[in-house]
Design a protein around this ligand. Sequence first.
Ligand code: T46
Length: 132
Amino acid sequence: MQVTKYVFQPHGDERGQLVALEEYKEVPFKIKRVYYMYDMSPGIVRGRHAHKNLQQILICIHGSCKILLDNGNEKEVVLLEKPYEGLYVTNSMWHEMYDFSKDTVLMVLASDIYDENDYIRNYSEFLKFYGK
Ligand code: T46
């Protein structure tokens, strides 16, 4: 299973670190939306869906969390714990985010605006949609 975890280049000096992300450069798509989540309750799971078209990069800019990726044939768990790492989640990946540390801020760069019709929230439908 192909999992792409980007390691972005921080611009560091004695003042601290800065990471810059540009569309079609560090990020392989046009960025049409940025959203982030925080204050996750202990033990909760978010996601549990796939997308029909959306591409995304998940960046844990503070704290840590795990992402389960499932392409319908194989599953893999990825730990995000560095603010300079980005996990590429393509449309065909069922994904679940869990094991959030208390202070996690998970930021997502997305290739399109929010559209509930792009979500596949039922696992059997996901398998069917992608011909698994
Ligand atoms: C995804 C994972 C990684 C909006 O109104 N606009 C938005 O852009 C988003 C992302 C969400 N919402 C509303 C829809 C729901 O009422 O915010 C609420 C929570 O969304 P959801 O339950 O889908 O959140 P997650 O954390 O399960 O999933 C989110 C993204 O929705 C999803 O696309 O891939 O993060």
